[in-house]
Structures are given as structure tokens and as C-alpha cells.
Design a protein around this ligand. Structure first.
Ligand code: F6R
Length: 607
């Protein structure tokens, strides 16, 4: 979601602002803009749509200035348009903002009553108008920002540029991420270290309710009126613009990175010599944990669904899984001695963050599985289990999901060991199955053309597609359907195979492909029955199974793909790669925007 950058520089900043915005593109956006000070006055260039539109605008109307701010906007209040694009400005201040000002209507009414005129439909404009009102009442920018923080409700990150003040930029955060970059006589502020990487590797992360004053010689951070210190850390991120390598899309590149990143993640959580899992030291004893609650959104929630099977089977633990956006509003009682596991690629998803905060209020031990070590969710957690997926740029999660599964399986095995529900031999067998995964994923990727063929011949022309699976393949069916709908805009649903006869089977006709996720596991016979029920009604079956499964059902399917044989416990990871490829090639055949599907954002920082 929205990306923010601010630069207090020595040379013209507009090209640098645009470069940083390109690095934030992955977050998803529908308009963009920059503002600088020209002879002390705020000047802006904004454009609806992608950054190329803004760049074209800047070619026609260049923007000089050595201090400036930039933004990619994902619309919340007010449709995507140039008028609503950030920076939002008055003649005194320009603002870029990520998040939602929840009390904007109340503030707007007060500001309208003062006689102020609003130009946009955004909630952001109340911040610009509020600061302007304070400045007109003779407050300094510092006093204005400190005061405004007391009046704004909601989750936000914002950066402000003041007319006539070439010497300062100011930022504030509550909920949404904001990082300060330290240069040599230059200062930077942006959504994340990735945006700042071309300029500096010295970064500090603001905490909730911090507001900051940037000057050329450094930054002063405040909480209320108190000065606070935030440590400067060295970011290891590369300043080079991330490329797609030989791949047409980031998503395809990231699908192909899976053997490597699964290997890297295994390296952190598994000792191949002893064939045992190793987790970092934790302030918890799995044998005493009363219950595990897992919470996440979207694809990450499906990781929790798979992990529920693993924790229940391997560690015999009671596990609840909760969609994060619903969890905290139900206010469920959580038992003493419980663990809450939040799963999130970005570590910034506001619903997941708030769900974790709720678990904190219920005195749970907080554990997170994240891909970004400095993220808000990581910082709130007692224990952080990092995935080693590397930056994920494609909006649709791929390698983050499969590495989340690796981490969660390692945790379930560690819990099983601690609780005495998993023998040493079993742990070794599972470790071996995990070690085998990168090679099996590679084999799957070598069969890409088969997936492309099914995508082009069977899925791309469909209006609706169903995915079914049983046991731990059920979440894979859900993930396959989610990937297909978000990338190709084809309506798709995932069902537990046994549920078909309770309703969805009414949808079956010769126009609805049904993708059956069916590794030969303990309940293969059950999914085979569901397969037959669809077939008996003339359904078009796409079978994803292994050698034995294809031998048994392949001839009865419209088309099938043989997924490499693998231990059923890790099958969800391998079959996920299969459904990713189906979705990718279907979207490719349809010509949709694969890396940035319409209406979607990578890091969902609003509720
Ligand atoms: C779908 C997808 C999303 C995310 C969800 C949570 O392909 O990527 O459903 O999984 O928005 O995001 P994180 O993992 O960053 O919390």
C-alpha cells in the first residue's frame, strides 16, 4: 500500500524521489506524485495511474528543488485521480501519507467551520489543513506537528514539507512503518529500508507515536514533547534496482527462486547432519503450552491452515486459526499459557498486527513468522522466526508462503519433540522429507510447459474455476483459487472435497474446470470419491497428483499433471508450487497485470 519517500538533499531531488518510488511500486498503487520547494514555494507534479505517467509529466514540466517528498497512493478515501494524488498541499505545507485518519470527518468539520477550503476527497487533507491552521496561528513546524499528533486518530505514516523551509522535513508514524536514512550531509525518510537503499544503508526505524525532525546534520525524534533515541542500524539491502533476471515477471522470478529460498530457510531451522530441527531459544516450553492460536490474512492465513494440521498431528496440540481482521473484534478468551503465532510476509499487515496486540492483551506468548526482521509484527513479538525468502516484489505471495510453511513445519516438529508426541525416528524421517523439497520443487519447475498448456487450454477461457482438496491439501486448494482470482480475475473458489456435495456441486457443468489437488496420502480414497462425484456430473477435471494418483485417476480427468512423489507431510509445499504455476500461466494467457494486479496492494496497512 502507499509508499512514502522524503529527501533533504544537496542536489536536485526529483530524479531520486522517482527512483525511490520505483522501489516502492511493488506495494501497489493507483496514482503517484512528488513535491519540492522551488524558491521556497511548494510545487507539485502528480498523475493518475502508474509511475510512467508521472515521469511523462515531469519530462513536460520538470521539477527542480533540492528538498522534496514523493508518494505512491493506494486509494482509500476518494477515487484514484490526480486531484486525490499525494502530495496533498496547501500554500504552507505538503503532505504524503500512508494509512487512514479515522477521525478525519470530525477534524474536517472543525476546519471547515474555521473557513478552510478543501480541494480533495482524501482524509490526508485534514492533516495538511490542520498543520496549516497551526502555522497560521504562529506555531513553528515542530510545534504544529507535535500538536497535530495529539489530534490525529488512526494508523498512519506521514511526511511533511514546509514552504519557506529548505532546512527541514518532518515525519510521524502510528501503526504504519517509517524509516529514517542517514546520508552524508543529506537525510532521507521513507516507508522502508528498501526505498532508502540506493541512498544509504544507515537506517533507524521510528516507533509508534514517534515524530521526527530531519535536518541536514541528523534527525531528532520525539514522543510527545520528549526527545527519544532510535538506534541507527546497518541495512543489508542492495541499492541496485531489483531486476527480474531472465524472467518476464517478478512473480515468475520469485516462483523460480523457491528451491533456493526453501533451502536457505531449511538451513536456518534444520541440521542436516543430525536430521533434527533447531529453533532459536524461546521463552516458552512447548510441553506446557495450553493452546496455539494462529492468525494472519490472505495467503498467510492459508499457511496457518496447513500448520494447524501439522501441529495437531505431530504435536497433538489444540490449535485455533483465525482470520486476523475478525479475530480481535470477537474478543475471544485466550487461555493462560497460550501461544499466539502471527504469520506475515511484510510484518506490517495492520489486521495481523492488531490481532497480535489483542493476543498480547490476553497475556499470550507472541511468536511471529515474518520475512522482514524490522517490521512492526517482528518488533512486537517475543520470538521471531524469520523466513529467508528475500524481498518479495510480486504482489501475489509465492516464495514467502512456501518458506512460511517450512518455518511452521519446523516449529510443529520442535513442539512434537518437546511434548513427546514425535519419536526421534519420525523427526529424522520428516527432516529428510524437508531436505528433499528443493529438488522436488525444481522438478516441478522443469515441467512448466505442462502447466502453461493446461492454463491456456483449460483455465484461461473459463469464467469460474473450482479447486478441491482434502486434509492439508484443502488450504492448497484455497490458495490455488486465491492466486487464480487475484492474478487472472477469473472467479475461483476452493472447497474441502467433502463439502462439494453439500452445495458447490450444483455449479458443475461442462464450463467449470475443477482442479483436484490430490497427493496420494492417507485420505486419497476420499478425494478420489469426490473426483468421481464431479466426473459423474460431467465436470471438467484437472488432476494434480503423483505417479500413483495419476495412474489411478489420470485417464478419467480432462487433463492431469504428475507432481513429483513426495512424503505427504510436505506435499502442501510442493503442490502450492503447482497451483502457483497454473495461476501464473492463466494470467499470462489473459494478459493481466501479473506483478501488480488491479486493486491490490502488497503491504496492507489499512483495515
Ligand atoms: C495473496 C497475498 C495476500 C497476503 C496478505 C497478507 O497472494 O499475497 O493475501 O498474503 O495480504 O500479507 P502479509 O503476509 O504481508 O501479512
Amino acid at each position: 500500500m502507499c509508499g512514502i519517500i522524503g529527501i533533504l538533499g544537496k542536489a536536485p531531488v526529483t530524479p531520486l524521489l522517482v527512483e525511490a518510488l520505483k522501489r516502492l511500486e511493488y506495494r501497489g498503487y493507483d496514482s503517484a506524485g512528488v513535491a519540492t520547494l522551488v524558491n521556497g514555494h511548494i510545487e507539485r507534479r502528480r498523475a493518475e495511474g502508474k509511475l510512467v505517467n508521472l515521469e511523462a509529466r515531469l519530462v513536460k514540466e520538470p521539477l527542480p528543488g533540492i528538498i522534496g517528498i514523493g508518494h505512491t497512493r493506494w486509494a482509500t478515501h476518494g477515487k484514484p485521480s490526480e486531484r486525490n494524488a499525494h502530495p496533498i498541499a496547501t500554500d504552507r505545507v505538503a503532505i504524503v501519507h500512508n494509512g487512514i485518519i479515522e477521525n478525519f470527518q470530525e477534524l474536517k468539520d472543525e476546519l471547515l467551520a474555521e473557513g478552510r477550503r478543501f480541494e480533495s476527497d482524501t482524509d490526508t487533507e485534514v492533516v495538511a489543513q490542520l498543520l496549516t491552521s497551526y502555522l497560521e496561528h504562529q506555531m513553528s513546524p515542530e510545534e504544529a506537528m507535535g500538536n497535530a499528533m495529539g489530534h490525529l486518530r488512526g494508523a498512519f505514516a506521514l511526511v511533511a514539507l514546509f514552504s519557506g523551509r529548505h532546512d527541514i522535513l518532518m515525519g510521524a508514524r502510528r501503526g504504519s512503518s517509517l524509516a529514517v536514512g542517514y546520508g552524508d550531509g543529506e537525510m532521507y525518510i521513507g516507508t522502508d529500508a528498501l526505498a532508502l537503499a540506493p541512498f544509504t544503508s544507515r537506517v533507524s526505524y521510528l516507533e509508534d507515536d514517534d515524530w521526527v525532525v530531519l535536518k541536514t546534520d541528523g534527525a531528532t525524534v520525539y514522543q510527545g514533547t520528549q526527545k527519544v533515541k532510535r538506534p541507527i542500524k546497518k541495512s543489508g539491502l542492495s541499492g541496485a534496482l531489483m531486476g527480474k533476471g531472465n524472467h518476464q515477471h517478478f512473480m515468475l522470478k520469485e516462483i523460480h527462486e523457491q528451491p533456493a529460498v526453501i533451502g536457505d530457510t531449511l538451513h536456518s531451522y534444520l541440521d542436516p547432519a543430525t536430521r533434527s530441527v533447531r529453533l532459536p531459544a524461546m521463552p516458552l516450553d512447548w510441553s506446557k503450552v495450553s493452546r496455539v492460536t494462529m492468525t494472519a490474512c490472505g495467503t498467510a492465513f492459508y499457511a496457518c491452515m496447513v500448520a494447524k494440521y501439522w501441529f495437531e498431528k505431530l504435536a497433538r496440540m489444540p490449535v485455533e486459526i483465525e482470520v486476523a481482521s475478525e479475530f480481535r473484534y470477537r474478543e475471544p478468551p485466550l487461555p493462560e499459557g497460550g501461544v499466539c503465532i502471527a504469520v506475515s510476509q511484510s510484518g506490517e499487515t495492520i489486521d495481523t498486527l492488531e490481532a497480535l496486540r489483542y493476543a498480547q492483551s490476553q497475556k499470550q506468548t507472541l511468536l511471529s513468522v515474518v520475512n522482514v526482521p524490522e517490521s512492526a509484527i517482528a518488533r512486537l513479538s517475543h520470538v521471531v522466526l524469520l523466513t529467508q525468502a528475500g524481498p518479495e516484489i510480486g504482489v501475489a505471495s509465492t516464495k514467502a508462503f512456501t518458506t512460511q510453511l517450512i518455518v511452521l513445519l519446523a516449529a510443529a516438529i520442535a513442539a512434537g519433540r518437546a511434548r513427546g508426541t514425535l519419536s526421534r525416528e519420525e523427526e529424522e524421517r520428516l527432516a529428510l522429507a524437508m531436505i528433499e523439497l528443493p529438488a522436488r520443487v525444481n522438478e516441478t519447475l522443469n515441467m512448466e510447459e505442462d502447466y502453461r498448456r493446461i492454463a491456456e487450454n483449460t483455465l484461461a477461457a473459463a469464467r469460474d474455476v473450482l479447486y478441491i482438496g482434502r486434509g492439508s491439501s484443502f488450504p492448497v486448494a484455497l490458495e490455488g483459487a486465491l492466486k487464480l482470482k487475484e492474478l487472472s480475475y477469473i472467479h475461483a473458489e476452493g472447497y474441502a472435497g467433502g463439502e462439494m456435495k453439500h452445495g458447490p456441486i450444483a455449479l458443475i457443468d461442462d464450463a467449470v474446470p475443477v482442479v483436484v489437488v490430490a497427493p496420494t496420502d492417507a485420505i486419497f480414497d476420499k478425494i478420489a470419491s469426490n473426483f468421481e462425484q464431479v466426473r459423474a456430473r460431467g465436470g471438467r477435471l484437472v488432476l494434480l497428483s503423483d505417479k500413483a494418483g495419476v495412474a489411478r485417476l489420470g485417464a478419467k480427468a480432462e487433463t492431469s499433471i504428475m507432481v513429483p512423489d513426495i512424503d505427504p507431510i510436505v506435499a502442501p509445499i510442493l503442490y502450492t508450487v503447482a497451483v502457483q504455476l497454473l495461476a501464473y500461466y492463466t494470467a499470462l494467457a489473459k494478459g493481466t497485470d501479473i506483478d501488480q494486479p488491479r486493486n491490490l496492494a502488497k503491504s496492507v496497512t489499512v483495515e
